[in-house]
Design a protein around this ligand. Structure first.
Ligand code: KIV
Ligand code: NA
Length: 262
């Protein structure tokens, strides 16, 4: 049976977790979905892990649509979320155009990076049958404005602002939220404050779901891994087993542990 947005909403209501991994091609999409991972994110992190870029800024809508098509062909039953790339939601019109292309490429949901200002786009997308995940906290497309990949929402003012933004986006019709590099306590407060599922990465085990970049959790990304990454290949005999171990660890809340949080 295919995972839908309703499946994930029900998980939240029932206090059960769900797993998400990134994929960019058909082979891994097939393995990930067959391992029981609930949702696949076609992340613009493909700029880093596929293209060798130093940020996600150069990734284009055409590239996102191409990889979404590849993932959709390999998928067997996971929910497909596709990233709207850099500048793809700069105006409401652009958000509609970008999201249309990704949905027609095979996505079931789009993810937009931003904050409360996304409300108008989310409302319009929602009205047109496109569910939206709003990505808050560390938004890598804004790395140049943020001055690096840093934890967000650390002081009282920015924490209050993020919590308020979460409520505004839920009100606007966001189907899901994603928190990246947000302190555990704030991530927990946001997850409890909204009725929509919240996915965490560098956030909290209290979030409703967890996501990792596939290359990171397989230990094949170059360089020093981020604090929130766990290599699931270390104890696995093959790649499908690593995916299954990650799924289990998310569902039984053994991942993320305290050492993966901020
Ligand atoms: O592009 C991506 O892989 C992401 C996740 C890190 C959340 O946005
Ligand atoms: Na992304």
């Amino acid at each position: 049976m295919s995972v839908t947005i309703r499946t994930l909403q029900k998980r939240k209501q029932d206090g059960e977790k769900f797993s998400v991994l990134t994929a960019y091609d058909a082979c891994f999409s097939k393995l990930i979905s067959e391992a029981g991972i609930d949702a696949i994110l076609v992340g613009d992190s493909l700029g880093n892990v596929i293209q060798g870029q130093s940020s996600t800024v150069p990734v284009t809508l055409e590239q996102m649509a191409y990889h979404t098509e590849c993932v959709a062909r390999g998928n067997s039953g996971s929910l497909i979320i596709a990233d709207v790339p850099f500048m793809g939601a700069a105006t409401v019109e652009r958000a509609l155009e970008s999201s249309t292309a990704l949905m027609q490429a095979g996505a079931n949901m789009v993810k937009l990076e931003g904050s409360a200002w996304l409300a108008e786009s989310i409302e319009l997308l929602n009205r047109n049958g496109i569910p939206v995940c709003a990505h808050m906290g560390l938004t890598p497309q804004a790395v140049n404005a943020l001055g690096g990949y840093r934890v967000q929402g650390k002081d009282d003012d920015s924490a209050t602002e993020m919590l308020e933004a979460a409520r505004i986006l839920e009100q606007a019709g966001a189907a899901m939220l994603l928190l990246e590099c947000v302190p555990r306590e704030l991530s927990t407060r946001i997850t409890q404050a909204v009725n929509i599922p919240v996915i965490g990465i560098g956030a909290a085990p209290e979030c409703d779901g967890q996501v990792l970049v596939m290359h990171d959790m397989l230990g094949i990304s170059p360089g020093k891994p981020a604090r929130f990454v766990k290599n699931f290949m270390t104890d696995a005999s093959d790649i499908p087993s690593a995916f299954k171990a990650y799924h289990e660890a998310v569902l039984n809340v053994s991942f993320p542990a305290e050492e993966h949080c901020f």
